[in-house]
Design a protein around this ligand. Structure first.
Ligand SMILES: Nc1ncnc2c1ncn2[C@@H]1O[C@H](COP(=O)(O)OP(=O)(O)OP(=O)(O)O)[C@@H](O)[C@H]1O
Ligand SMILES: [Mg+2]
Length: 268
C-alpha cells in the first residue's frame, strides 16, 4: 500500500477524467453470466488491483478490455470518449498492453528481438541492431532491471521474473498508457516478485495506469492505490487501499459485502 503520491492521486481523482471507464458492462458465455453491469474506472498513474475469488470474472473482464471478448452490453470509455475495442489490435492502438500469465514472448529469440518484434527499426533497409540494443539496454536500466546478464540471451533461458521484465520493457517501448497484468507474480519467488512489484511502481510513477489481478493480498497491498472487488461477476466496489486491510478484503472477496458495516465507501 502506498504513500503520499497515492494520496495526491486520490485527490486528483475527483476532478480527473478516467483513462478507462467501463459502464454497465455485461458478458455471458452461454448460460454463464460472467460479468453483470460492471462499472470500473482507472486513472492515469494509478495502480488498481482487481481481486475476487476463482471464477469471479477477473480474467473475463481484462479480456473484454483487451478486445479478446466483445461485451454483450454496456459502454467502454477511453479518455472520456466511447470506444469499441473489437480485437487486441484495437486495444494496442489505444495504448493498452496486456500481459497474460503465459506471456506472449518467443523463447527462441533473444531479449532485444522480443522487445522489438514486429516493429524493428531499420537503417538503409537493414535492421538497426545497434539502435535496438541501445534502446533495449536503456529501457531495462530505466526500469531498474539489473539481473539480466546479456540482452542477447534467448528469452527461453530467463527466469519468470525476468520474462515479466522483458514483457514490461516491450510495453514501455510501445508508449503504453495502460498495462494489464493477470497474476504476474503467481509463479515467482520472493526476489522476483519484488522485482515485478517494483516494475509496477516504476510504470505508475511514469504516469502509466496499471491494472493488476492477484490472489496474493500481500502483493496487492504493497502496490495498489485502489482495490476493485469482483464477486460472482458483479463489482462490489472500488476502495482506496488505505481503507481496507487483509481481513476486510478477504471478507469482500468471499462474501461480496462487509458484515453489517458500510464503512468502506466504494468508488464506482
Ligand atoms: N471461454 C469461456 N467459455 C465459457 N465460460 C467461461 C469462459 N471463460 C470464462 N468462463 C466462465 O466465466 C466465469 C468467470 O471466469 P473468469 O476466468 O473470468 O474468472 P477469474 O475471476 O479470472 O477466476 P480465476 O481467479 O480462477 O482466474 C466462470 O464461471 C467461467 O467458468
Ligand atoms: Mg482468471
Amino acid at each position: 500500500m502506498s504513500t503520499s503520491s497515492a494520496e495526491a492521486r486520490s485527490q486528483d481523482r475527483a476532478s480527473a477524467t478516467p483513462l478507462l471507464r467501463l459502464s454497465k458492462v455485461d458478458k455471458h458465455f452461454g448460460p454463464v453470466q460472467a460479468l453483470t453491469g460492471v462499472d470500473l474506472a482507472i486513472y492515469p498513474g494509478e495502480v488498481l488491483a482487481l481481486v475476487g475469488d476463482n471464477g469471479a470474472g477477473k480474467s473475463t473482464m481484462i479480456k473484454t478490455i483487451s478486445g479478446i471478448w466483445a461485451p454483450d452490453g454496456g459502454q467502454v470509455y477511453w479518455d472520456g470518449k466511447e470506444v469499441h475495442v473489437r480485437n487486441p489490435r484495437d486495444a494496442s492502438a489505444l495504448g493498452i498492453a496486456t500481459m497474460y500469465q503465459d506471456l506472449a514472448l518467443c523463447d527462441n529469440l533473444d531479449i532485444v528481438q522480443n522487445m522489438f518484434l514486429g516493429r524493428e527499426p531499420r537503417r538503409f533497409g537493414l535492421l538497426d541492431e545497434t539502435a535496438m540494443e541501445i534502446a533495449a539496454r536503456k529501457t531495462l536500466s530505466d526500469l531498474s532491471v539489473t539481473t539480466v546478464r546479456s540482452i542477447r540471451q534467448p528469452v527461453g533461458s530467463l527466469s519468470g521474473g525476468q520474462r515479466q521484465a522483458v514483457a514490461v520493457a516491450r510495453a514501455v517501448l510501445e508508449d503504453v498508457r495502460l498495462v494489464i497484468m493477470d497474476e504476474p507474480t503467481a509463479a515467482l519467488g520472493v526476489s522476483q516478485t519484488a522485482m515485478v512489484l517494483n516494475l509496477v511502481k516504476t510504470l505508475s510513477d511514469s504516469g502509466v495506469a496499471v491494472l493488476i489481478i492477484s490472489h496474493n493480498l500481500v502483493d496487492v497491498f504493497k502496490v495498489a492505490d485502489h482495490i476493485a472487488v469482483l464477486y460472482l461477476g458483479q463489482l462490489v466496489g472500488t476502495y482506496p487501499a488505505g481503507e481496507l486491510d487483509t481481513q476486510r478484503a478477504v471478507e469482500l472477496i468471499t462474501t461480496g459485502a462487509l458484515g453489517g458495516s458500510s464503512a468502506a465507501e466504494g468508488r464506482k
